[in-house]
Design a protein around this ligand. Structure first.
Ligand code: KIV
Length: 255
């Protein structure tokens, strides 16, 4: 078993030519299973709001909820790097970003993630200035779903690609150790990947990224009511739970 994964290990994966596989977890048993499976980076994403807490999108997730889930995941971790997501409206100024990053670090995260490019550079720098590792997130930003009017693919126009490239370079220059790229048009994602020296971790952004991340519920079919087009389920946990519950109900009621 490799040593404990650090942000520097993830950053160095690009130079080593190693691809990074990352998954989300929000609870102790899932995190423990992912850690045991050798997943190097576990994101406690604010996607918890949609696939665990039943919110319609991620904008209602609170810092207290994130702290609770980060703590559960951190208790399971032996090797993986645990990254905690800063939720919507918790990093509007550099001081607020740093204070709330500290909350997630105290809960057990080893790094934090926030959404945005050029516009969040002061917040990334403030967090980095306190010695806390940061993972960036550009492309389609779920926390901006209302502003954007939906979940739209990014990088389809020259202007869009130029903005994404500027965002990626700004986030890397501000000191992020890796960069999530969500729903970025694949050629644009590959171009950005070739233009920054930190690993890009794609979700719905094609194969040209340095790594891939998925919401674990999509990977294992644990949220059967919605699955993004790009996510291929490798298990059907939702169907298995439903079948087990139906069989239990049948046995109890017919005995
Ligand atoms: O919240 C989350 O799970 C994420 C991933 C989709 C990257 O941000």
């Amino acid at each position: 078993m490799d040593a404990t994964i650090t942000p520097e290990w993830i950053r160095g994966a690009k130079a080593r030519g190693e691809r990074v596989a990352a998954l989300t977890a929000y609870d102790y048993p899932t995190a423990r299973l992912l850690d045991e499976a050798g997943v190097p980076l576990i994101l406690v994403g604010d996607s918890v709001g949609m696939v665990v807490l039943g919110y319609p999108d991620t904008t209602q997730v609170t810092l207290a909820e994130m702290r609770h889930h980060v703590a559960a995941v951190a208790r399971a971790r032996t090797r993986a790097l645990v990254v905690g997501d800063l939720p919507f409206h918790t990093y509007q100024t550099p001081a607020e970003a740093l204070a709330n990053a500290r909350v997630l670090m105290e809960a057990g995260a080893q790094a934090v993630k926030l959404e945005g490019g050029v516009s969040v550079v002061p917040e990334i720098e403030a967090i980095r200035g306190a010695g806390i590792a940061v993972m960036g997130h550009i492309g389609m930003l779920p926390q901006s779903v209302h502003e954007e009017g939906g979940y739209k693919i990014k990088g389809k126009t020259d202007e869009g690609r130029a903005q994404l490239l500027a965002d990626a370079k700004a986030v890397a220059a501000a000191g992020a150790f890796a960069l999530v790229m969500e729903l970025v048009q694949p050629e644009a994602a590959a171009l950005i990947t070739a233009s920054v020296d930190i690993p890009t971790i794609g979700i719905g952004s094609g194969q040209g990224c340095d790594g891939q991340i998925l919401v674990t519920h999509d990977l294992v079919g644990a949220f059967p009511w919605f699955r993004p087009k790009f996510a291929v389920a490798r298990a059907e946990v939702g169907a298995a739970i439903r079948a087990a519950a139906e069989s239990f109900v049948r046995d109890v009621t017919t005995r």
